[in-house]
Design a protein around this ligand. Structure first.
Ligand SMILES: NC(=O)c1ccc[n+]([C@@H]2O[C@H](COP(=O)([O-])OP(=O)(O)OC[C@H]3O[C@@H](n4cnc5c(N)ncnc54)[C@H](O)[C@@H]3O)[C@@H](O)[C@H]2O)c1
Length: 359
């Protein structure tokens, strides 16, 4: 089988943690090129992982004979990089959040359709064992009609690199909600089939803005003093409530730093049964539970396949390219997720629910 040639844009954390090692594990993909504006890092990463070609300008990498591009750069660059890559005939796997606003997302999917190039958002939570098992349960109708979903990702101290692009709105589009809330909301939208939001209320908080040393991951939070003052213009906590056209509702929260415990959670209420995904930190015996109605009430603890979600995501993307099938992340889902995030921000700023006009 002819190997697919991959190019990576952005040689930072997620490229090294997920994209590069996962492509390298596949026998039918070779990483041909990598691009990063930080040339020192670029050369180090290329040497470390044996990537033959390096580019300080990602645009130049797109002149190469490559089939697929992984976009692993700061969020503000995803839109132009994705559009340009697809226009140059490359299939795209793009890190989350796909982009900063819904207009950009709509354009990305239009270009994908027009060029025939695959575009997939790198939503690895969809590929966890719990998500795979729960998706099958929902599709089998076991939950019945889903009407309420509650989800969130909260960290006690987990602001990613205070002072980096993550904490600058111009580059990230927002704080915890854009960074980790996007995973929780995306999973809710995907599993519960949430679509067409009509009203969104939300609040956001930046209590750590002037004390960011205390908000970062350990050991970053051992830095003394207010070293990051003035370098953070995003929230560390956001929460929102969304109503959908069909009457479904969603409560979602995201927190980088706060005085509570670490937790990723998803709870789905259906009229026949409910479902909950638990965080390993909660130390429950099972990571997925189904709560059934009927007399007597009963619970099921489905078996969860032991999988690496990042590997699952990359394998799925490569399969789509090879077999010309539709990527798992659909345009309507990704646009809905970004609309909810933007709605929570808008409502937080105005103090009123964000109203959305839908066609
Ligand atoms: N799926 C996940 O769970 C997950 C986890 C972490 C990060 N991410 C996402 O991955 C993306 C990158 O995050 P990261 O943690 O790797 O960040 P990072 O800061 O570690 O790496 C980003 C890299 O992009 C480079 N860069 C900056 N501007 C560039 C440009 N214009 N062109 C090319 N390269 C450029 C930087 O020099 C840096 O090496 C973000 O969208 C982030 O949200 C996803």
């Amino acid at each position: 089988m002819v190997k697919l040639k991959a190019g990576i844009i952005g040689a930072g954390g997620i490229a090294q943690y997920a994209h590069i090692p996962c492509y390298k594990k596949l026998g039918d993909v070779e990483i041909s090129a990598i691009a990063d504006v930080n040339v020192e890092k670029l050369e180090f990463v290329a040497r470390k992982y044996g990537v033959p070609k390096t580019f300080a300008r990602w645009e130049d990498m797109l002149d190469e004979n490559i089939d697929i591009v992984s976009i692993c750069s700061p969020t503000a660059f995803h839109y132009s990089q994705a559009i340009r890559a697809m226009e140059r005939g490359k299939h795209v796997l793009c890190e989350k959040p796909v982009c900063i606003d819904t207009g950009e997302a709509e354009e990305i999917f239009r270009v994908s359709k027009r060029t025939g190039m695959k575009f997939m958002a790198a939503m690895h939570k969809r590929f966890s064992g719990e998500s795979i098992a729960l998706k099958k349960i929902i599709e089998a109708g076991i939950l019945g009609e889903i009407y309420y979903v509650k989800t969130g990702w909260t960290r006690r101290r987990g602001m990613p690199n205070p002072g980096s692009w993550f904490t600058h709105k111009e580059l990230s589009g927002g704080g915890s909600l854009m960074d980790i809330g996007v995973h929780a909301i995306d999973l809710a939208v995907y599993l519960a089939g949430l679509s067409n939001p009509v009203s969104i209320s939300g609040s956001s908080y930046s209590k750590f803005r002037d004390n960011a040393s205390d908000g970062g991951w350990p050991p970053l939070n051992t830095r003394k003093g207010n070293e990051y003052a003035g370098s953070i213009d995003v929230e560390e906590l956001a929460a929102g409530f969304t109503r959908f056209k069909n009457g479904q509702t969603l409560f979602a929260e995201a927190c980088w730093a706060g005085n509570l415990y670490d937790r990723f959670s998803l709870e789905i209420m259906g009229d026949r049964a409910g479902a909950a995904i638990f965080d390993p930190g909660e130390k429950k015996k099972n990571s997925l539970a189904i709560y059934r109605s009927g007399q007597p009430l009963s619970d099921i603890f489905p078996s969860v396949p032991p999988v690496d979600p990042f590997m699952g995501e990359i394998e799925y993307f490569i399969k789509c390219v090879r077999e010309d099938t539709e990527p798992l992340t659909k345009a309507d889902e990704i646009i809905t997720v970004i609309r909810i995030i933007r709605g929570i921000y808008e409502s937080s700023e105005t103090g009123y629910p964000a109203k959305i006009s839908i066609g």
